[in-house]
Write a protein that binds this ligand. Structure first.
Ligand code: M6R
Length: 366
């Protein structure tokens, strides 16, 4: 049932090219120049008239929501707020019938997310679900939705759910950008074409596995690790850190790279590995200066860069290359080596990768 892999997590990491394809296939009609999403098409006026989108989720799904915030604002010019479902439900939020609430949940059973949806519905918001498990509670409670079609995710650490959530939300943002007239036909087509390239590029990102395993060997006994990124790669840093802590029990923190000098830089010395996502689009030069700051304090730098990068190669202790793509699609690639890194470190430490201590696959109590 693990398809020849040692763990479900590794199997699910490797399923991502296929899972992403399954998520957009049938929706993306490149030849007709449209994206079909029944749950959106049936409610298109609501989406086009919305004042803002509020995203509610927990854990990795919340990280996908953060990526979506960048996508919706950047591509579709719709204001977005991203909330932990657990905070949203208890803080008397201002919600109106001009708001769209998007709930993201792999399992569709997360108690806090379900409660947040119920609250939003009571206050008159239109609630849209992005779930993986078909017929789950959240899928049933929402007014409309779109499934991720990732297939069953068994490993407690979420992997393919994350990348397929981002894929669905990208489709939604592109569709709205087109409908709102924010996107020209040609820009829309460029995006559709690039989306179709993503599974093959994820496949290439997976080929970093052997290199990543050697890096894991070097840092497996670390007690702390920092993850830094900017822009679209900031939520990827958070997700990389969450993966490492939940399955290897190494303390890890994700930060926007620029926040480093507001505190975490004090932690850096020769024992601190710092994973920096430094792809070539969006704030590249700024991330390079952050890398220099880490280096001058003797931190160990593991950099995720775009293929062919030379600047970071000269500075970093380890360089992991992923293919180039549009800035907004980069999280789909940069997240892959970070999943592999946490996986290998956890295996080397003898941890129970698929069922980490104290954790459940779906958190059905608050
Ligand atoms: O099923 P959900 O997406 O609602 O689950 C949310 C979180 O519990 C989940 O993402 C959790 O953080 C994972 N273990 C992360 O790998």
């Amino acid at each position: 049932e693990k398809g020849g892999y040692d763990h479900f997590m590794l199997k699910e990491i490797y399923e991502q090219p296929r899972a992403i394809l399954d998520t957009y296939r049938g929706r993306l009609r490149a030849s007709q120049g449209i994206i079909k999403m029944a749950g959106v098409d049936q409610n298109i006026e609501k989406f086009l008239n919305a004042n803002r989108i509020i995203i509610v989720a927990c854990g990795t799904s919340w990280h996908a929501g953060l990526v979506a915030e960048y996508i919706f604002e950047d591509l579709a010019r719709i204001p977005v707020e991203v909330e932990y479902a657990s905070e949203f439900r208890y803080r008397n939020p201002v919600i109106t019938d001009k708001d769209i609430v998007i709930a993201i949940s792999q399992s569709g059973e997360t108690a806090d997310t379900l409660a947040a949806i119920k609250l939003a519905k009571e206050k008159g918001a239109f609630v849209f679900g992005v779930c993986n498990v078909v017929g789950s509670s959240i899928a049933r409670e929402t007014n409309a939705g779109a499934y991720t079609h990732a297939g069953p995710e068994i490993g407690v650490a979420s992997t393919k759910a994350f990348t397929t959530q981002i894929t669905v939300l990208t489709l939604l943002a592109l569709k709205l950008a087109k409908e709102k007239g924010v996107f020209s036909e040609s820009r829309f087509h460029e995006y559709l074409a690039e989306l179709e390239n993503i599974p093959a590029k994820v496949e290439r990102a997976l080929q970093t596995n052997v290199l990543v395993e050697t890096i894991a060997e070097v840092y497996k006994d670390s007690t702390n690790c920092l993850y830094l990124g900017r822009g679209y790669n900031f939520p990827v840093a958070l997700e990389g850190a969450l993966k490492l802590k939940e399955i290897s029990y190494i303390h890890a923190e994700g930060y926007p790279a620029a926040e480093m000098k507001h505190g975490p830089i004090a932690l850096i010395d020769e024992h601190m590995p710092v994973v920096v996502i430094a792809t070539n689009r969006g704030h590249y030069d700024k991330v390079v200066s952050n890398i220099q700051e880490i280096k001058s304090r003797k931190g160990k730098i593991i950099a995720v860069v775009t293929e062919g990068d030379e600047t970071v190669r000269d500075l970093a202790d380890h360089v992991i290359e992923v293919p180039d793509t549009f800035e907004s699609l980069m999280p789909l690639l940069t997240t892959i080596p970070l999943q592999l890194l946490s996986y290998h470190i956890a295996v080397m430490r003898g941890c129970n990768v698929d069922q980490p201590r104290n954790l459940a696959k779906s958190v059905t109590v608050e």
